[in-house]
Design a protein around this ligand. Structure first.
Ligand code: NAD
Length: 510
């Protein structure tokens, strides 16, 4: 059986004694084992990073950008193979896997412009003969801990910006679909990044804790579920690190009475059920305003859901594939039962779904609930599966209040033809990313990604200028150059450097 190993110091990590199972969600079979690393593996990665980072930081940013250009070309050249590998471990359909890779590549494209972005600020004549300027310097060694649901995009959000700004980066990907992150690290080496600049250590809580406690790691970026995000944030900050930790979500789509319902239904089919609902920007709650809107929406949703095709991840006609593993399948089905027990109306039941020829695969059919209320546990918590909940709102005020008061505040959307309603909603809603007639408002790479409330701990977003801020620290220089010719230092004959330039050792790229 294939073993998925770390990538440390430019090569394989040498295996280990602990390992985890990697499933093919389409068949339910174990297809590989992943090494689960320990402290000693991390120590080796940190040593390699410490060796490589000063030279990498000293390389001019244009040359670092050229590595990004080459990496982008290599990922594009390998797109099909990467997408198939991703789908085989995650279960999302090939088109979604390509989207996963493409959205990550867009951050790499942003990083190709890093010389421009790293330019500092300058004030001439801040005082008599005094100039002030600032520069952004890398933190040193950064680490990323990523979830299973976007195994290409989220690592690239992090390592693209971290590396382009001159850091070394250690990635701890999800142990459920670890192969694509390994391939990305191999391609980064091929693109010309020195060994030690992008490394991958696999593992579970043991490796995460080792990262959080390691004194040589300056910053940790985390994306995953909220309880773990909060834990990572607390423990990392306690250890003196810079931490950003993105958590779970429960995004709402508000449907105003004037919305184009056919468009809304088409959008919801993708946003609620695409990728089996395993997206932090999925739209699992729809809030029609007024009973007339609710009835009309429900009537159109039922046939649209019946038309959804659930299939294996290589089925080009399938809307979505299996969920990631058996435990997650039962978790989603348990939430459906909870919804029923709480008194919501189960309009379409996706439980008990099997795909002929793939009876052991982790498939869940699409489900629709109506008359869900904010008091229900199944509304308050993230289900992360192909389940859409209708929460009816009597008016606009209630529709603004629902997502605003929810514990999560990642994304939200409003569907309307009325500019005033949309504008009011965007200004008032207590959520980090807002779509106006856009169901999944993931900002483009040169803006930044991040939710509010329990969807994100820390104060900077992912990628764009926020990412650059997270992965760099600002140094501000106040300079004054007196008139006259500089004199050579006296006393060099006593053992100090004879010339000024002899006092420096310039680091070089290893
Ligand atoms: P997860 O929290 O189970 O795992 C995320 C990472 O944490 C993995 O690398 C995992 O190995 C590690 N981990 C797991 N248990 C741990 C523990 N007890 N201690 C320390 N580390 C631990 O999340 P997941 O199931 O892989 O991903 C789905 C979740 O991620 C959903 O909640 C989803 O909303 C969220 N998510 C959020 C965003 C965002 O940007 N806000 C993006 C994608 C996914």
């Amino acid at each position: 059986m294939r073993t998925i190993d770390h990538v440390i110091a430019g090569g394989a990590g040498g295996g280990g004694t602990r390992s985890g199972e990697v499933f093919d969600p389409n068949t339910g079979q174990v297809q590989a084992r992943v090494t689960l690393g320990v402290q000693a593996d991390l120590d080796r990665a940190v040593a390699a990073a410490q060796g490589a980072q000063p030279g990498w930081a000293a390389v001019n940013p244009q040359r670092r950008a050229r590595v990004m250009f080459r990496f982008k070309e290599l990922v594009e050249a390998n797109m099909d193979a990467l997408a198939h590998l991703l789908s085989s471990e995650h279960g999302k359909v090939i088109a979604d896997s390509k989207g996963d890779i493409q959205r990550g590549l867009e951050v790499i494209e942003f990083c190709c412009g890093i010389p421009h972005v790293l330019k500092g600020e300058y004030t001439q004549g801040a005082g008599p003969g005094i100039d002030v300027y600032s520069m952004r310097q890398p933190l040193g060694i950064g680490a990323g801990i990523t979830p299973f649901n976007f195994p290409a995009m989220i690592p690239m959000w992090m390592f693209g910006v971290a590396i382009a700004t001159g850091n070394a980066f250690i990635l701890k990907p999800s142990e459920r679909d670890p192969s694509v992150p390994v391939r990305l690290a191999e391609l980064m080496l091929e693109a010309g990044a020195p060994a030690g600049i992008l490394q991958v250590v696999h593992g579970d809580k043991e490796m995460v804790d080792a990262i959080l406690d390691h004194p040589a790691i300056a910053a940790v970026s985390f994306v995953g579920s909220s309880d773990i995000a909060h834990y990572v944030y607390r423990r990392g900050v306690e250890a003196g690190k810079r931490v950003q930790a993105m958590g779970g979500a429960k995004n709402h789509g508000i449907v105003m009475p004037d919305a184009d319902l056919d468009q809304v239904v088409a959008d919801l089919a993708g946003a609620a059920f695409g990728s089996a609902g395993e997206r932090c920007m999925a739209l699992p709650v729809v809030v029609p305003v007024g009973d007339r809107t609710a009835e009309a929406l429900r009537e159109k949703l039922i046939p649209a859901i019946a038309a959804l095709r659930v299939g294996v991840s290589t089925d080009a006609e399938a809307h979505y594939g299996p969920v990631v593993n058996a435990a997650h399948k039962s978790r989603v089905e348990n939430w459906i039962q909870t919804g029923v027990d709480e008194g919501a109306e189960l309009v379409v039941d996706g439980r008990g779904f099997t795909l002929q020829g793939h009876e052991q695969g982790f498939f869940v059919g699409p489900s629709l609930f109506d008359r869900v209320t904010p008091q229900m546990q199944s509304y308050k918590e993230e289900i992360f599966g192909p389940v859409l909940q209708i929460v009816r709102a009597p008016d606009f005020e209630t529709a603004v209040r629902l997502p605003s008061e929810h514990q999560y505040g990642n994304g939200v959307a409003i569907f309307t033809r009325n500019g005033h309603a949309a504008r009011e909603f965007a200004a008032r809603v207590n959520v980090g990313m807002v779509g106006i007639n856009v169901p999944i408002p993931v900002p483009v790479a040169y803006h930044s990604f991040g939710g509010w409330k329990r969807s994100a701990f820390g104060d900077t977003n992912q990628h764009g200028m926020e990412g650059v801020k997270f992965w760099t620290k600002v140094k501000t220089i106040t300079q004054r150059w007196p008139d006259g010719t500089a004199e050579l230092p006296r006393g060099a004959e006593d053992g100090g450097p004879a010339r000024v330039q002899d006092a420096f050792v310039i680091p070089t790229m290893g």
